[in-house]
Design a protein around this ligand. Structure first.
Ligand SMILES: [Zn+2]
Length: 91
């Protein structure tokens, strides 16, 4: 096994471990920051989207929740849940 192959294995193992830790993290609200973004003013307003970008300082996970004027009720509920659940706002 070459050194490169060995190093790639180490990176893959580390990445898998990071994903496991992030999967187990409950992302408690005091550790999560959220940033509101939007894409509006489109020619077709149905393309407008509103996004909350979330970051957990505990496990370093980044994710986002998108609500669009053109999405299902489920997507809007997920957006509203994230909006209500996480209280720290970053600009
Ligand atoms: Zn977390």
């Amino acid at each position: 096994m070459s050194r490169i192959t060995e190093l790639k294995g180490i990176i893959a193992d580390a990445y898998n471990e990071i994903q496991e830790i992030q999967k187990l993290c409950s992302h408690p609200a005091p550790c999560v920051t959220k940033k509101y973004t939007s894409n509006t003013g489109n020619w077709n307003p149905r393309d407008d989207t509103y996004t909350i970008k979330l970051h957990c300082e505990l496990c370093d996970k980044n994710w986002e929740v998108v609500a669009s004027t053109n999405t299902s009720y489920k997507d809007k509920t997920e957006y509203e849940d994230a909006d209500r659940l996480y209280t720290r706002v970053i600009k």
